[in-house]
Design a protein around this ligand. Sequence first.
Ligand SMILES: Cc1cc2nc3c(=O)[nH]c(=O)nc-3n(C[C@H](O)[C@H](O)[C@H](O)COP(=O)(O)O)c2cc1C
Length: 364
Amino acid sequence: MRLYKHFVKPILFLFHPDRVHAGIVCVGAWLGKVSITRALLRAMFVYRHPFLKTTVCGITFQNPVGLAGGFDKNAELIQTIPCVGFGFIEVGSITYHPYMGNSRPWSVRLVKDKSLIVNYGLRNKGVTTLLPRIQAQTRTCPVMVNIAKTNDAHIKGDASVADYIASFRLLQDVADMININISCPNTGDGVLFCEDVVLLRKLLDAVQAEHPRKPIFLKLKPDISSEMIASIVSLVKEYSCISGFIISNLTRNRNLLKYVAVSDIEQYKGGISGQPLKDLSTQMIREVYELTQGTYPIIGVGGIFSAEDAYKKIRAGASLVELMTGMIYEGPGLIKKINKGLVKLLERDGFHSISDAVGVDHKK
Ligand SMILES: Cc1cc2nc3c(=O)[nH]c(=O)nc-3n(C[C@H](O)[C@H](O)[C@H](O)COP(=O)(O)O)c2cc1C
């Protein structure tokens, strides 16, 4: 962690975050292809402990910390990510048609807020290219595939449901779990399935009709009212095909930023990740856990920078957690640090597994 903080990060942060992201993915993909570098990475970054091993939806995870959707957009890091200590990886978002990305910049660092403005707009190479790539890689941890609607404003209504389903049909067999991303804040049409219950019902009808063979999670955004959250949860309860929720995507609420004036970043489009999102997503996890009485697994994501942050989400109701911005600011050593810290927190509270701690804040 010190090496990253004092030497690597100051150099990386001299360059534009879009370039750094592309460069890290390129180097990471190469490191994952060679068995010696994989072994070296594992020796440096992997931490195992029996308390961390957990089972969700019948799938076993060596630890509960996953890489959030959007870092490995084009499924290049499936072999690398478990070697840096993660318990699972999410690839994508993948869309049926490829998309080159919104107008640049795709990301902007807000360093004091430990946050990013993100506006990739679902840039990815599309299902046809990525399906064989996912199939070709050896996996040593569960792989979640994140599916989104192609970012094309002309694809709307029933056609947008068909677009999701076309990806779903091809990708479900190569995924251990599917994330249906209904909440990307950066799409051209601006329509979000998690804001439109009628459209969401059509999507869930179509997914159910596919007789899914893999656990499916719905990724929600944090900027919806409690009434809307309740409507989504009660709708989802009608469909046996949905296994759980991912909470949450980026926020559009820039007033959560503490150190940057909203007027100073007006020129940048996009959602906000990292620290400002932390409490918002934890609160939403709490709400959904209560509404579902803990019967649906939740993957908690948003602003995790420490074991304490991850543990709060677990105690609020998350069975697994994910992060991305934390790793960008603190380095890949963060995952080991979180896992070690989680073991200490579980011991402190007299628990012997992650599942013992899930949702305990509700039982007080
Ligand atoms: C650079 C970047 C790209 C992202 N791209 C996607 C994406 O393609 N699909 C998606 O579902 N979420 C995407 N996200 C959102 C993350 O998956 C996550 O929900 C959000 O960043 C909160 O987690 P964090 O605070 O740990 O970064 C992206 C986030 C970042 C920072």
